[in-house]
Ligand binder design. Structure first.
Ligand SMILES: NC(=O)c1ccc[n+]([C@@H]2O[C@H](COP(=O)([O-])OP(=O)(O)OC[C@H]3O[C@@H](n4cnc5c(N)ncnc54)[C@H](O)[C@@H]3O)[C@@H](O)[C@H]2O)c1
Length: 397
């Protein structure tokens, strides 16, 4: 059994627990929350044996070998750093940290320890997203020319909608971009194998004043009651961004948390010289394959029809829908497969998103914020990817 400690059990923490339990060889042993009472209450709800109100106690537990960090963004750097220093493998929620300086320090610390370090870009876990990547890599759509799409939500539409994400001191300087734009950009780069190299962003805060519940913090996507106070909003509700990629493609994306009716719609399309592929999280079991001289096709998530790479994590037969929780489980299966095999990111190339990928996304978001401020195109600093020893040996051969 691999034993896990979870830190933070609001919206996404419990989803981690469910996904981990489905792996079969992982026990969620301990939970740390913001105080001891909440920790015990949440631990009892989820059947987690140990609970504490201080994450440092969890990190001191020698039976815990992997830590999942599902706290608000402002806590990510400190907890990830201490977890690595305590000798734990770390699976961090995104964003990896609040600034690229912090994220760079985490990448360096992870490298110094040799521990497994992962960031939960869970949309990579969808079988048809993997299929899209495999088809693009095989050249099925020819040369990639355009990458475009959007990630739209509606849970911040009203002035009474509130989350700690609104405040820069809690969520960081960016909201919609860091929160959901980072998922879209990670997918765009991962499926195409190209890096976003230049950006031109336009951000907007369309709800400038929000009404925060004064009595207690609201969990993400949860309703709140009781008295409220007005707070000025200093993070973006919306962004539209033009992008250039280093392999010659160009494109654009829109992110919004104020689009009524759009609950969690991540949509991405890649247009090549021979065909197009599009995937929409509202219909995750379908991949659209557009062609010029033939009728378009829709590929269902049918294990019998998918490439081997996409099969990793597609278990149910066609017609038995798989979704967000399954994709999360699939990504964890990949991370824990690596841990279970005793691999080290210093020697073996991780197949899951690492702290380095987290740093790449924060750097990108910072470039978009800068572009909005200057009202001009900004080059995205390109960061050399870590090369494990095995990959270097392959390259030398
Ligand atoms: N990958 C995804 O799809 C996805 C989805 C949702 C959220 N997230 C990320 O997960 C993180 C958490 O988001 P959420 O929506 O679950 O937020 P949330 O507010 O619902 O939950 C956060 C939890 O952390 C706890 N917490 C706060 N400070 C703590 C501390 N010092 N020690 C221990 N626990 C503490 C809070 O009590 C709360 O239970 C965010 O960084 C967010 O970006 C990722």
């Amino acid at each position: 059994m691999i034993r896990v400690g979870l830190i933070g059990a609001g919206f996404v923490g419990p989803a981690h627990v469910e996904a981990l339990r489905r792996l079969g060889y992982v026990e969620v042993l301990a939970l740390a929350e913001s105080d001891a009472r909440r920790a015990r209450e949440k631990a009892d709800q989820m059947g987690i044996p140990e609970a504490c109100g201080d994450y440092r106690r969890l990190l001191a537990n020698p039976r815990v070998t992997v830590v999942h960090n599902a706290t608000p963004n402002r806590m990510h750097f400190e907890i990830n750093l201490h977890a690595l220093r305590a000798g734990k493998h770390v699976v961090s929620e995104k964003p990896l940290a609040v600034t690229s300086d912090e994220a760079r320090r985490l990448v360096e610390e992870a490298r110094a320890t040799g521990l497994v370090n992962a960031v939960n870009f869970n949309y990579r876990g969808y079988p048809l997203v993997r299929q899209m990547r495999a088809m693009i890599a095989r050249g099925d759509i020819g040369q990639v020319r355009l990458v475009h799409g959007s990630y739209l939500q509606d849970w911040m539409t009203y002035a009474t909608d509130y989350s700690w994400r609104v405040l820069p001191e809690q969520g960081g300087p960016s909201r919609a971009l860091a929160d959901i734009g980072s998922h879209w950009c990670d997918l765009a780069q991962w499926v195409t194998g190209q890096r976003i190299s230049r950006v031109m962003g336009r951000l907007a805060t369309v709800v400038p004043i929000r009404f925060r519940p004064v009595e207690r913090e609201v969990e993400a996507f949860a309703a709140a009651e009781g008295p409220r106070e007005a707070v000025e909003v200093r993070t973006e509700d919306y962004a539209s961004v033009l992008i250039d990629l280093d392999g010659g493609a160009t494109g654009s994306f829109v992110v919004s948390q104020v689009s009524p009716g759009r609950k969690n719609r991540l949509w991405i399309e890649v247009d090549g010289s021979e065909g197009s592929l599009a995937w929409d999280q509202d219909y995750p079991d379908e991949l659209w394959y557009g062609q010029r001289g033939r009728p378009n096709q829709v590929l269902p998530r049918d294990p019998a029809l998918l490439d081997v790479e996409s099969l990793v994590g597609s278990y149910l037969p066609a017609g038995h829908p798989e979704g967000w929780s399954d994709a999360l489980r699939n990504l964890f299966a990949e991370i824990y497969g690596f841990i279970r095999a005793g691999k080290s990111p210093l020697h073996d190339m991780p197949t899951y998103p690492t702290f380095y990928d987290g740093l790449v996304q924060i750097t990108l978001v910072e470039a978009i914020l800068e572009s909005h401020r200057l009202q001009q195109w900004v080059d995205v600093p390109q960061l050399p990817a870590p090369q494990p020893a095995a990959a270097m040996a392959m390259a030398r051969r």
